[in-house]
Design a protein around this ligand. Structure first.
Ligand code: HEM
Ligand code: HEM
Length: 223
């Protein structure tokens, strides 16, 4: 059983993640269509206007738009979120334990972070998860729109990192913590394309390609 989780399941998880994400991307293009109509709710003439600005004026134009973003309305949450996402994406790639396994199976390895750095960043991710959890429970407006799935996704991310941390420090029985770690990591990878974690790809489509009032790019597709 453990041999399967350590061996074929890792590949199955990676394949489901890659094919699932590719299917979602294809589906986005099937279900949306390009439109000739360029559309910007707040300032339809922005593109023409910005084209004629000097560098200094462009910077103040960007500052003007930045002041309307969530980075200014919710600075703490957005800082936590940025730190969380950077660590979430970098850690699995540069953790020494992962690169040992990659070297064993492929013969090549990525550079690894120093162990103390990975360990510290793992704790940072766990703190960020706790922040998201407490925020969802404590703020009435967050509680009202939270479903079981939101908590499960958060728990899955939390368990992947917590079990990696416990295994690395050999807290509790190593076989159990590393098995939970591998299982939860694999589940998380497989769940990304099929749960709200699919925002990893849809964030970019939504913000830069689909036309709506929060489009950051020109917006050229409609559903
Ligand atoms: C796909 C299956 C996975 C396998 C087989 C795996 C395997 C491992 C191994 C062997 C270690 C080292 C434990 C030790 O030093 O004894 C480790 C640590 C770690 N893993 Fe994974 N892992 C997987 C998925 C993930 C995922 C998806 C994440 C996060 C997104 C993750 C995050 C971590 C972290 C942060 C550590 C280091 C914790 C620390 O140094 O404090 N792993 N993993
Ligand atoms: C480049 C890829 C990604 C982008 C641009 C992105 C962007 C975002 C944004 C804008 C939010 C909402 C703001 C917030 O509450 O922080 C968010 C929330 C979240 N993201 Fe991502 N994300 C990405 C990848 C991922 C991945 C791969 C995972 C998990 C495997 C993930 C897990 C989460 C979770 C759990 C939350 C919700 C936190 C809460 O409960 O409030 N994200 N992400």
């Amino acid at each position: 059983m453990v041999a399967h989780i350590r061996g074929p399941m890792v590949w199955i998880a990676l394949i489901v993640f890659v094919l699932g994400t590719a299917t979602q991307i294809l589906q986005f293009f099937w279900l949306s269509r390009k439109t000739a109509r360029s559309f910007a709710v707040f300032d339809p003439d922005r593109e023409n206007r910005v084209g004629k600005l000097s560098l200094h004026q462009r910077i103040s134009d960007m500052a003007h738009y930045f002041r309307k973003t969530v980075f200014v309305t919710y600075p703490l949450t957005m800082t936590v979120s940025t730190v969380f996402h950077v660590c979430l994406i970098l850690l699995p790639l540069f953790v020494l334990g992962h690169n040992e396994l990659i070297a064993l199976s492929l013969g090549h390895r990525l550079p690894s972070f120093p162990e103390r750095l990975s360990d510290g960043l793992t704790l940072v991710v766990l703190l960020c998860c706790s922040y998201f959890f407490i925020r969802r429970v404590v703020l009435a407006r967050m509680r009202a729109i939270s479903s079981l799935a939101d908590y499960l996704v958060l728990a899955l991310v939390g368990v992947s990192f917590l079990s990696g941390y416990l295994a690395y420090h050999q807290i509790f029985d190593y076989q159990s913590t590393i098995t939970i770690h591998m299982l939860s990591g694999e589940l998380m990878l497989m769940a990304i394309p099929f749960t709200k974690m699919t925002h990893m790809t849809f964030f970019f489509f939504n913000r830069f390609m689909v036309i709506h009032e929060h489009t950051l790019g020109r917006g050229e597709r409609v559903w």
